[in-house]
Design a protein around this ligand. Structure first.
Ligand code: FE2
Length: 285
């Protein structure tokens, strides 16, 4: 048995997105362009009521999936497929942008709080130009595995027999939200060939043999077992794993394709109003 270690620890970079929203980006920065099959991870959050009111007005995507998980606050979603949704605290959304989606994402604070993650999961070449889909999951949709000093919410994948509701047919993504109390370990056997990372967003912990402080993004080495120990009274992190696609990745802003030519095509399609096949009425928030 080989235990996974903290192979790389990345300090997140503040990036201004949308209409002036600050996000803490880890994957998708010069320090870590991508982590096959993942192409971007943003952690957004605020307890300042004056922040984040502008949100992310209408913008396009092509060639990958977005998975958004709200910890606190709400997020209003509207897209070119005609979907409207309101993600509440604890809920999530899986959107396959496929050949093209235009959408708006408008976070709203609740009791002065707004916090969440958005992960971009790449699609293989054969699925990049498929029809877009959108699915929303309420907090109750996600099972929680509870043990002494430990709570594991399963959004995707399987943890000790508990299975999440979202199926990812291409990259077999696992996504757990783990709460751990001091004196307890998170001990998990996982497939050794999966890419995996941890984002520690509350408290300090030890991963393998390395001390990790709050707000660290940690790329895990290959291995078939993972042990995380709490170093603070309470610790909270997401553990995400997925199967690498192994194809060339060419990204330009909201488009993730296999070649520069396909990026130029995406930009031309967007400019010529051809990115979206049948555009439903979008009502701006
Ligand atoms: Fe978006």
């Amino acid at each position: 048995m080989m235990t996974r270690q903290a192979e790389r620890i990345i300090k997140t970079t503040e990036v201004t997105e949308g209409a002036g929203v600050t996000v803490h980006r880890s994957i998708g920065t010069p320090a870590l362009r991508n982590l096959d099959p993942f192409v971007m991870l943003d952690h957004f959050g605020s307890d300042n009521p004056d922040e984040y009111i502008a949100g992310f007005p209408e913008h396009p995507h092509r060639g990958f999936n977005t998975f958004t998980y709200m910890l606190d606050g709400n997020m209003e979603h509207r897209d070119s497929m005609g979907n409207t949704g309101n993600l509440t605290a604890g809920s999530a959304q899986w959107m396959k942008a496929g050949s093209g989606v235009i959408h708006s994402e408008m976070p709203k604070q609740v009791d002065g709080l707004m916090r969440g993650f958005q992960l971009w999961i790449n699609l293989p070449a054969k699925a990049k130009m498929t029809e877009p889909t959108y699915q929303e999951y309420s907090p109750e949709a996600f099972p929680v595995h509870e043990a002494e000093g430990q709570k594991v919410k399963v959004l995707l994948g399987r943890y000790k027999g508990v299975e999440g509701p979202i199926k990812d047919p291409y990259t077999e993504v696992s996504y757990f939200d783990v709460e751990l109390n001091l004196g307890h370990d998170f001990d998990y056997d996982m497939s050794s060939d999966l890419t995996a990372f941890v984002y520690l967003f509350e408290g300090d912990a030890v991963i393998g043999g390395t001390d990790i402080v709050e707000h660290s993004f940690v790329v895990l080495s290959k291995g078939d077992n993972l042990v995380i120990k709490a170093k603070s009274e309470s610790v909270r992190f997401i553990l995400v794993a997925g199967r690498p696609i192994g194809e060339p990745i060419v990204q330009h802003g909201p488009f993730v394709m296999n070649s520069q030519d396909e990026i130029h095509q995406a930009m031309a399609d967007y400019r010529d109003d051809k990115l979206v096949q049948q555009k439903a009425e979008m009502i701006n928030a």
